[in-house]
Design a protein around this ligand. Structure first.
Ligand code: ZN
Length: 278
């Protein structure tokens, strides 16, 4: 891992000391529908429709975070740091942004043509492309890597990361850094979650225990519920199920999935129940 210098951003926070806020930077669909009420399917079904224009909505998770459109206005306990993630709701798929100490990480890039929506989401968080130091791709599917070219061009200082077994399937304007389970990027834990694709990875933020799960765990059909990887779109369901079991051991406070709504209440309990059912 050539990114050890990034460890300066690592903040030592005792468990439970961080506030949590998940900012929804929603994208309304082109027909004017309400993006906050249109999530009906957990399964990814890549679309070729043009990315929608973003609007900003907010959701929060957990006390004592304060609903906000800017990270600077959340409650941050003394000695702690806010575990604040911004959701870029691109309609059928979500990307996520985390900013700390003026530097940000983007997890996934949506379909091709999503860079404008991501840029708008950055703006709503008080950020620009210049803040993006890291772009993590959870896996090789086009609805997650589709805008990698535009994102890397817009954020010339950013380093891209992808799981080893998916790397060959993705071309980017400059070489991506290969990551495996156990690696750390921007003080975030990279978790190997194969099965959906061989190189699928999830991202675990130990501050607040936030899990960005890619397509290894999805939001269920009922908002707030959790579902495993889609059998229709996954390479190996036996392996994917084991990845769900592995993720459950993290006991996340919130799950931010690639598809479906974030799980912000009883996430660990729900994920445990799902893992037990497999
Ligand atoms: Zn996928």
């Amino acid at each position: 891992m050539p990114q050890l210098s990034r460890r300066r951003f690592l903040t030592t926070v005792s468990k439970g000391a961080a506030s949590i806020a998940i900012l929804g930077v929603a994208a309304c669909s082109g027909d004017g529908g309400d993006a906050t009420s249109t999530t009906t399917a957990a399964a990814p079904s890549p679309s070729t429709s043009a990315p929608p224009q973003p609007t900003v909505t907010t959701t929060t998770s957990g006390a004592p975070a304060t609903t906000a459109t800017s990270p600077t206005s959340t409650t941050t306990p003394a000695g702690g740091q806010a575990a604040m993630w911004g959701r870029v709701n691109l309609g059928n798929v979500s990307a996520y942004i985390l900013e700390r100490s003026g530097e940000a990480v983007l997890v996934d890039t949506g379909l091709g043509g999503s860079a404008g929506a991501i840029e708008a989401a950055l703006g709503s968080l008080g950020l620009t492309w210049a803040n993006i130091g890291h772009v993590i791709l959870t896996h090789r599917h086009g609805d997650h890597v589709g805008s990698i070219d535009a994102v890397m061009a817009a954020a010339p200082e950013a380093t891209g990361y992808i799981g080893e077994a998916d790397a060959a399937a993705v071309s980017a304007p400059r070489p991506m850094t290969i990551v495996n389970g156990g690696d750390s990027v921007f003080a975030l834990d990279i978790i190997a979650t194969p099965g959906h694709t061989p190189g699928s990875i999830s991202v675990f933020d130990p501050i607040g225990r936030i899990l960005v799960s890619g397509d290894a765990v999805l939001g269920g059909a009922e908002p707030g519920s959790v579902a495993g990887a889609s059998p229709r779109f996954s390479d190996d369901m036996a392996v994917a199920d084991q990845s769900v079991i592995d993720l459950a051991s993290l006991q996340p406070t919130a799950i931010l999935p690639g598809h479906g709504e974030p799980i912000t209440a009883d996430a660990a309990t729900k994920l445990d129940a799902l893992a037990t059912s497999l």
